[in-house]
Design a protein around this ligand. Structure first.
Ligand code: ADP
Ligand code: MG
Length: 245
């Protein structure tokens, strides 16, 4: 008997979204298996955030399907609401709750026995080196520290898929690579499937298992970072990657 195949954590098929006459997401298809980090990479305005919003369920596509763990969660008629998609979100402007402590922020999306919640919160705070700040409020933390707490909060409920939209862009340049590396290590430990949106080729090269290169609403090239860097699909893609330092 052939081994049972595991469905991808996330799959989208022929996703389309238009605003007035402008097709912003133009027939996008891809799949992300368990534990893989996929980067949606492209210049500002190419449709990355719109794609993420469709997957999160805060906007609705005109056509196409979205599957989580093999189950259809959205098509032309079906629309599972965002809070029931088992999708974690980490957006640059998706700030911590200012009136809750660090530990309360991380516990926010958790239900179930108190002892389990406490254990999960402590585990994650230790993992992001924020254990001694558990009773602090967000305003008392640096940008990098807030970022670590936001990552812990997003991962706490063990989402099937984590969507990250330019999560590092608000951070000091000198901090960014360290936080990228720490974030990637934690994502790999947790086995989370991730769709990370960025306009920075350097970030995609550093973090992605697979890159989806997007332009004008379409995926123009996809593959391992090394392959896109070495064999860009056209001159525009080559110019985009040539900025990497
Ligand atoms: P990116 O995240 O790649 O920078 P976006 O997905 O935010 O790009 O936007 C892609 C295009 O869609 C832009 O031209 C933007 O102006 C347009 N757009 C996004 N959201 C809306 C909206 N709600 N109404 C009209 N146009 C929109
Ligand atoms: Mg965007």
């Amino acid at each position: 008997m052939p081994p049972p195949t595991t469905p991808p954590r996330l799959e989208v098929r022929s996703l389309k979204r238009r605003f007035d006459e402008q097709v912003v997401v133009d027939d996008i298809s891809f799949a992300i298996p368990e534990g893989q980090v996929t980067c949606l990479l492209g210049p500002s305005g190419c449709g990355k955030s719109t794609t993420l919003r469709l997957i999160a369920g805060v906007d609705m596509q005109d056509s196409g399907e979205i599957f989580v763990n093999g189950a259809l969660i959205s098509d032309a008629v079906r629309h599972v609401p965002p809070e029931r998609r088992e999708i974690g979100l980490m957006f640059q402007d998706f700030a911590l709750f200012p009136h809750l402590t660090v530990a309360q922020n991380v516990a926010f999306g958790l239900s179930g026995p108190k002892a389990e919640t406490r254990a999960r919160v402590d585990e994650l705070l230790a993992r992001v080196h924020m254990g001694r700040h558990r009773d602090s409020y967000p305003h008392a933390l640096s940008g990098g520290e807030q970022q670590r707490v936001a990552l812990a909060r997003a991962l706490a409920p063990r989402p099937r898929i984590l969507l990250m939209d330019e999560p590092f862009s608000g951070l000091d340049e000198r901090l960014r690579d360290d936080i990228r590396d720490e974030t990637l290590a934690l994502l790999k430990d947790e086995g989370t499937a991730v769709l990370l949106v960025t306009h920075e080729p350097h970030e995609a090269m550093r973090m992605a298992d697979e890159i989806l290169l997007m332009r004008g609403g379409k995926i123009v090239q996809r593959g391992a970072p090394y392959n896109l860097y070495n064999a860009p699909v056209d001159r525009q893609a080559a110019a985009f990657f040539s900025d990497i330092n």
